[in-house]
Design a protein around this ligand. Sequence first.
Ligand SMILES: Nc1ncnc2c1ncn2[C@@H]1O[C@H](COP(=O)(O)OP(=O)(O)OP(=O)(O)O)[C@@H](O)[C@H]1O
Ligand SMILES: [Mg+2]
Length: 231
Amino acid sequence: MLEVNDLTVKYGALTAVHGLSLTVGEGEAVALLGANGAGKTTAVEAIAGLHDQRDGEVRFQGREISRWRASRIARAGMALVPQWRELFGNFTVMETLEIGGHARNGRAAPDYREIFELFPRLEERRDQIASSLSGGEQQMLTIARALMSAPTMMILDEPSAGLAVGVVQDVVRAIQAVRARGVAILLVEQNFEIAGSLASRALVLSTGRVVWQGDMEDVRDSEEARQAFFL
Ligand SMILES: Nc1ncnc2c1ncn2[C@@H]1O[C@H](COP(=O)(O)OP(=O)(O)OP(=O)(O)O)[C@@H](O)[C@H]1O
Ligand SMILES: [Mg+2]
């Protein structure tokens, strides 16, 4: 599904990601872990086509996409759920979902009913303005907007950040349901428990480099992860 080889991303003189390689198989869920500033967002944004200063190879569904524009990558079926939610503040829930559908590119349209089954709170608020939603509802809307493009792969950048425990559970359940439909997932997380409930494999990034990778259940015991997270 996704194969990244030797991805390097710079901000001017600063190298934020050094030679990252990873794979995500069809229908697989992989976690990209790391402390603040490790380079997780930079890495996934580069994979999704949002950084020009990048080197390395990104293959998605067999095609080399590292020079593609972000919009083309989205149409090809890779949906990024960004860390800062980036909703259009003055659009309603329904309008936001409609916009998400624009990257669908001929793939079968998800029914609004399916989306609202996953996120009942969004149905109750279908005509509400996005900026007036709570943080948790905005996170759900960001995921729902991505689902509207009928992606084959979803990249989620810290979907649990800043949310109350109960809301996190709703978001995790929704992501599990997305995964159960066969959508491959690359999950950026700092919370091991959440990562463990969604992903079977993990990579740990520390100052832009992969310092550990393996089964999700072994990550806590690794010295490298402990150091990266000061555990
Ligand atoms: N636009 C930018 N210009 C310059 N440096 C940047 C920029 N964005 C990020 N960086 C730097 O790149 C490094 C990696 O940042 P990044 O946002 O990718 O980390 P992260 O792992 O996503 O962190 P967090 O968990 O806090 O979201 C950091 O040192 C950061 O300061
Ligand atoms: Mg980040």
